[in-house]
Write a protein that binds this ligand. Structure first.
Ligand SMILES: [Zn+2]
Length: 111
C-alpha cells in the first residue's frame, strides 16, 4: 500500500492512500499470503480513526489510479510488473525506487 503524507501551511496533515483491489489481489496466489498478513482493513480503520482524532484529512486515490505505472517526473505511463522494483522511465529516463515514484504521484494527487 502506497501512502503519501502532505502538510499544508497550517500544518494540517493530508494523507493520500490507494484503494486497493484486495479481492482481486487475494485471487492471485502469489499475493494472497502477503495481502492476508497485511490486514489492510484494520490498517485503514485505524488510520481513519487517528486522522479524525488529530484533524488530518485522508484522500483516497481511485482504485485503479496508476500510481506505480506513471512517471512522477514527466507523466509517462508504462507497464510495471510486480518484480520490477525500480521505475526506469522510458520517456525522460529518470530512475527511482518503485514505491518512491508511486508516493510522489500520490502526493501530487493530494495537492
Ligand atoms: Zn518520465
Amino acid at each position: 500500500m502506497n501512502i503519501s503524507q502532505i502538510r499544508d501551511r497550517k500544518n494540517h496533515a493530508k494523507i493520500v492512500i490507494e484503494s486497493l483491489n484486495v479481492k482481486g489481489m487475494m485471487s492471485n496466489h502469489k499475493l494472497a499470503g502477503a495481502v492476508g498478513d497485511a490486514n489492510f482493513y484494520e490498517f485503514r480503520r485505524q488510520l481513519e480513526y487517528k486522522s479524525q482524532k488529530f484533524g488530518s484529512e485522508i484522500i483516497y486515490a481511485p482504485m485503479f489510479y496508476p500510481s506505480t505505472k506513471t512517471c512522477s517526473s514527466c507523466g509517462h505511463i508504462q507497464l510495471m510488473p510486480l518484480s520490477t522494483r525500480v521505475f526506469d522511465c522510458l520517456s525522460c529516463r529518470i530512475s527511482l525506487d518503485r514505491d518512491q515514484n508511486a508516493a510522489k504521484n500520490l502526493e501530487k494527487l493530494g495537492r
